[in-house]
Design a protein around this ligand. Structure first.
Ligand code: HEC
Length: 243
């Protein structure tokens, strides 16, 4: 068949274009109907607490994702270096995903718990004071900038619209208790967001509750990354079923 046959007949061209677009569309849309089979059901994964959520916002604002991925691939060398490969379930509450596309620095998907809060604070402020040849910028301002959280409730409500189960009423709260347990459910109540935020700062970073800083939030976020799933509870065959 000559290409001319397509290009000189509008109807042929139109029909073939529609055909190509529908195949592309199906490839994109069909997986959405199967999403329940592809997101692993694992215990432990929960939405971010208000403080961690603001930390994630700072991570985005500062462009940390431009140098750091959060996506450990199922390849042996990655597994050996970073730990278990990332599960779809682990980023189910992320809006937006922060998987990243480049690794100028190491992957951060499982950095939670790897270093102390004090280490992070010093590293983020002056990376070369700890890793002499680091290429990471000095984020000097995060330690002193007060954390803005006056709009935290609105922020959580916006995420509810995207499907993240923060609770605004008793019904959602009860569901959260069943899903995540009482402790976590209490941390997801929108009307208690500020109170929860300050309580978490108290046990965190520099412990200065009076004026939480952006650093407090960022460190709280980093410390939770990749720590929610207890991989000892599952055998590998279980995850392979979802691939
Ligand atoms: C210009 C690229 C670049 C940017 C932007 C960047 N980093 Fe890094 N980061 C690096 C490099 C390179 C390393 C490895 C050397 C080191 O540890 O300092 C690193 C290391 C790290 C580590 C230690 C990881 C490990 O497993 O040892 C953490 C945590 C980290 N960065 C957090 C951040 C955060 C948070 C931000 C944003 C505020 C950020 N980085 C922005 C390049 C970058």
């Amino acid at each position: 068949m000559k290409h001319e046959w397509i290009e000189t007949h509008t109807s042929h061209f139109l029909i073939l274009t529609l055909l190509v677009i529908s195949i592309g569309g199906l490839v994109e849309i069909v997986p959405l109907f199967l999403i329940k089979n592809t997101v692993e059901t694992v215990a432990g994964v929960r939405p971010y607490t208000p403080l961690e959520l603001l930390g994630s916002n700072i991570y985005q604002r500062e462009g940390c994702y431009l140098c750091h991925s959060q996506m450990i691939r199922p390849l042996q060398e990655e597994w050996l270096r970073y730990g278990h490969y990332s599960l779809a379930a682990e980023s189910q509450f992320d809006h937006p995903f922060l998987w990243g596309a480049r690794r100028i620095g190491p992957d951060l998907a499982r950095v939670g718990g790897k270093y102390s809060n004090t280490w992070h604070i010093q590293h983020i402020t002056a990376p070369r004071s700890l890793v002499s040849r680091s290429r990471m910028p000095n984020y000097l301002w995060l330690k002193d900038r007060p954390l803005q959280y006056s709009d935290i409730e609105a922020h959580l409500r916006a995420l509810v619209r995207a499907g993240v189960p923060y609770s605004e009423n008793q019904e959602q709260y009860d569901k959260n208790v069943a899903l995540f347990g009482k402790d976590v459910a209490n941390r997801l109540v929108i009307s208690r967001a500020r109170e929860n935020l300050l309580a978490q700062v108290a046990g965190n970073a520099d412990g200065n509750v009076v004026s939480p800083t952006e650093m407090d939030a960022l460190v709280a976020y980093l410390q939770i990354l990749g720590t929610l799933v207890d991989f000892k509870k599952y055998d590998e065959g279980y995850f392979a079923r979802f691939r």
